[in-house]
Design a protein. Sequence first.
Length: 913
Amino acid sequence: MLKISELKTEYRQNPIGLDVAKPRFSWILKSDRNDTVQCSYSIIVKGADGIVWDSGKVENSQSVLSVYSGLMLKPRTRYNVTVAVHDNHGESAAAEGWFETGLMSCDNRKASWITHGYEDKVEACPVYVREFDLSGKVKAARVYASALGVYELEMNGRKAGDAFLAPGWTSYHTRVQYQTYDITDMMGETNQVVITSANGWFAGEFGFAGGVSHYGSRTAVWAQIEIDYEDGHTDTIVTDSGWQYGSGPRRYAEIYHGEVIDHNIPVKIEGNAIAFDYPISVLTAQESESVRITERLKPAARMITPKGEVVYDFGQNLTGIIEARLNCPKGTKVVLGHAEVLDKEGNFYTENLRSARAEDTFICAGEGEETFLPAFTFHGFRYIRVEGLSDKREEDCFTACVLHTDMEAAGHFQCSNEAVNRLQQNIRWGQRGNFLDIPTDCPQRDERLGWTGDAQVFASTAAYNYNTALFFTKWLRDLKAEQTLEHGVPHVIPNILSNIEGAAAWSDAAAIIPWEMYQAYGDIRLLADQYDSMRDWVEYIRSKAGESHLWQTGHQYADWLALDNEPASRVGATDPYLVATAYYAYSTDLTARAAKVLGKTEDAALYAKLHDDIVSAFRKEYITETGRMVSETQTGCVLALHFDLAKPEHRERIFQSLTVNLANHNNHLTTGFVGTPYLCHVLSNNGSHETAGTVFLKHDYPSWLYCVDMGATTIWERWDSMKKDGSFDESGMNSFNHYAYGSVGSWMYQKLGGLQIEEPGYKKSRIAPVPIKGITCAEASVRTVYGELSCKWECTDHRMTVDIVVPCNTTATVCLPGKEEFLVGSGSYHYEYQTELELEYERYSMESTLGEILDNPVAMEILRQHAPGIADNPMIQFALEQSISQLTALMPEGSAQLFAMVIKTCNDAEKTN
Ligand code: BGC
């Protein structure tokens, strides 16, 4: 049987407040028969006055992002959508949904911006109030609202909608989102609407360089209430000087510093609101999903630290706010501090937050149980420190509310290795914590900016875990709005840093992310809308590189935080201008490809030629005539191979350099933000998948699993954010929730899980799991725009079983280990066969370092017995870094047997664990 399991308009089910002139419809087909392909579809869209679009029978298989092409849509109107389809088995199905337009054009925005009569720098959050009566029986009521700042709207004492930190952060000079709320069920005979606002990103303290009021020193709000009555008439209530302003219980709110809520202070009206001069043309309907509370966590533990502080542990580093339910005497003041980690003594540690105070204060009115929930701040934390409560246990008082853009969950990855599963969880939590309206670098310190480089390296992984189409659509529009031909693309979007010139790998987000989104969702409109931005970014670099085709000027972050520079610095050892030219080539290539997809043939040829020129220049400058990289770092080699910059005959040698470099580091990575995302891909794609597996499964520093073993619950900014002894990187830049190194996620999904995109949007996928030693089974799934794609495999006793699911209306190339590839249509398939594969692995080998082995308590014990004094040996530091095979070569006879015994015992202990 064929059915349509889901019908969406612009990626959303039954959205309200949509301001898209030609919305697109997508549906997911489900069938119990294999090889199902849609043969035809028809779409009918009806408004109140009848049909506005009948697509007729369209004979093709398009089921994703089919563009509306009927009559012009009216504002504030509900449209019903019916989709009917036929498939190749002669079956048919239909589904209904609807969407409701927003205000659409400026003509329908009747409200004006209003502000308060306080000084600019008022601390208490301004409140705006308006009362009104109804003039009939309500059919439907909507509020369209926004703020220059952040706001919350209450109708008759209840919060409208469930969004936090609306209207979100955009390039406010040119774009401010407005939200639409359905308030039909909140109306009474007489009504009171209250809007509370705070500085937020608009006027608050923001940016690591300090500074307030990046967009303006005064906040303002804007709202239009439209009440449609059963009898056909409408009341419109708009923000104007008829509203009153004052302040209430929210006494202070800054995103970095937290909020003060005093329940003893009721709303006090001061006078009439004042008209505020700001264009309403900047308003645009909400473009991505809202920031919402998506999960609530109770504390996992309560403790008194050595310093005597009361600390609660939520067991997970997260981004959000604490809800407190307090039952305390009047005037009780409870202060909550937020921290990501405890220091090695077990004390609450906030040094890494730098100037962000991250502190919420709740003052009780003493009238039974009172609920406090900050609205205009967020914190990155796992622990809270509680001051001001009597020392009785208060476990039930506190709930951590997880906040982020409420994207649809898309992917799942799990395997037989628990440490890897935790890593996957950490990657997801990193994304949740940092996809808070914009892609931030971190959620805790005085930064939380839309760093382009971080977003760029993580975009592919992000699209596996969650549906990021709308999230990036919105942010890329801001990127485009902030970009200039003269300065390129700023390093943070929205930009609040002073005008600095574009930098490689960071500003390249302009070209890379639209391409990644096009791949993941097949969204041509997004690609078309961003095309000028892609091209202009390339043109900016061209203006710097000129005829040389080498980008060798300006400030570069290069392989940020790589470990290979001496003396250690934030910029790794890879030549920054090699990185810059490599990315110049990559962005130019993507622009050429985008031009081709969009039918811009001239541009396609122009940028393909430019790409060839850049590649030739790169070869001349950075690869010797005999095929040796000038910067023989891991990242240098990775970029040359991944971006296909070397002559075919030189690839082998560059790959050799990479593997030798890795071997010299005992198969540890030394890469930073730029090399890390591609390292495992390059190893796997060039015949060393096994080495990729070894690097990936390393437990000792530096590695992904080192952080897991150290108790990380999110991805860290640095490979050594926390050192082995529990101390921290104290350089002034250390976050425990930075997602860049989580970019290995795309390799996990693509190689271990086997899910790859062959045609944009997964219209055709490639299912090609490639196991590694140490993982005996894995399962991955992605909710693609066509439906669920999944692959689950297990290999035990040389028997391989694989189960795959291919969504309707798509096909997949299947390439199973040791088998010839073949093509399948939609459906579920099971395969089972004998294989030579040997996936059992021993965690410790002669190639392990002594340091790695001594981390295992069992090993330490044996060595103490057989080689007493080893830990005090002055050579120990040197020895710790050597592999066992190197050590046995240096040490007197007998050590080989001793170490072999140690390794065996450690591996046996591992198996019984
Ligand atoms: C951020 C990074 C960012 C970098 C630029 C840092 O302060 O936290 O993640 O990309 O600056 O190099």
